[in-house]
Design a binder for this molecule. Sequence first.
Ligand code: NAD
Ligand code: MG
Length: 388
Amino acid sequence: MQNITILGSTGSIGMSTLDVLARHPERYSVYALSAHSRVEQLAEQCSQFKPKLAIVGTAAAQQLSNLLRAKNLRTEVAYGEAALCEAASADACDVVMAAIVGAAGLAPSLAAARAGKKILLANKEALVMSGQLFIDAINKSGSLLLPIDSEHNAIFQCLPHGYQRQPAAVGVEKILLTASGGPFLHRAVETLGAVTPAQAIAHPNWVMGRKISVDSATMMNKGLEVIEAHWLFGASASQIDVVIHPQSVIHSMVSYIDGSVLAQLGNPDMRTPIANALAYPERIASGVSPLDLTVIGQLQFTRPDLLRFPCLKLAYDALLAGGSAAAILNAANEVAVQAFLDEKIGFRMIDQLIARTMDTLPLCAVTDIDGLLDQDRLARQTVQSLIS
Ligand code: NAD
Ligand code: MG
């Protein structure tokens, strides 16, 4: 029996994780669940999965305690970042699903890495911003880091067993990250300034949280994934290519020096990578229906247009620049996307604000978490001042 902490259990990835766990009660039990504000949903999850611990934002703790008492549940309630870190590193927890969105997930994900847990990483922003610091923590503790992002999980499946972040050592020539192109792949570029948040989060193939949905519309999501692939697989920027594949059936590919290209295919449903990582190296049922290629008929591929998707270029620039650049890119993006969702700025302002923030802030080396958090704060302040 494996005990699992799900950080962000009320989100899209959190709910898909619980859906897979519910299919295998003989293999998994839930140690802790966490949510930011959706307290009633969290209380419902506690009644179904009976975790030892439930963690919420500070403002919601009393409400959660009342709801759990009314349900006669013995789940303990805790709140705030320190409680998230404890739940992610507790002795009683074997596996951590890191599914909080954004930089808010860094501290608990890092706590899990330092404690040597098996980490299922959906929270790409945590790895993008902390990069080598995160990988160092994993290496030091001997933690097993398994990717949940569908592309990285696909790449993981296409790499040899026991792969050690050295592409050349196993004959890998390139990583081919597939991207759907999002809702605006074919929209006239000059009309992008006028798109609404509702249009931006209407993804053609995937149902996801609001932030990652906007990231998919700008293709910053793919940019963050390029940086994520760099840290997970040890590939340089020139070894990672992005390929637009609107059907989202091939989740990514690995190209080898002998001309072989390995791909992982499946219906676009996050329960597949979640089940893959949960059971690795075994396989378990996920609830995802089998892929019928005759229904899909055609798979298409094109190169991304960097004028339509400037965020993708900004992410490559940040990866090449190194140091604090990726943390600045990530923080600027988080603030700009939230401002767009709050209808304070237009869609095209997102890439402009990130570019201006990256131009404004001097690059520096990132050698510890405090220094990293300073850069994150500085970038957030810079974008805010550019907005107001
Ligand atoms: P979501 O918005 O649906 O859920 C986010 C979860 O994080 C919620 O449970 C929320 O309560 C919690 N949360 C939000 N802010 C918080 C804070 N400040 N402190 C503590 N908890 C907080 O997001 P999602 O789509 O499930 O995405 C989660 C992560 O997984 C993101 O990093 C995203 O990039 C990544 N991811 C998601 C998908 C997908 O299909 N949804 C695919 C690949 C990767
Ligand atoms: Mg992805």
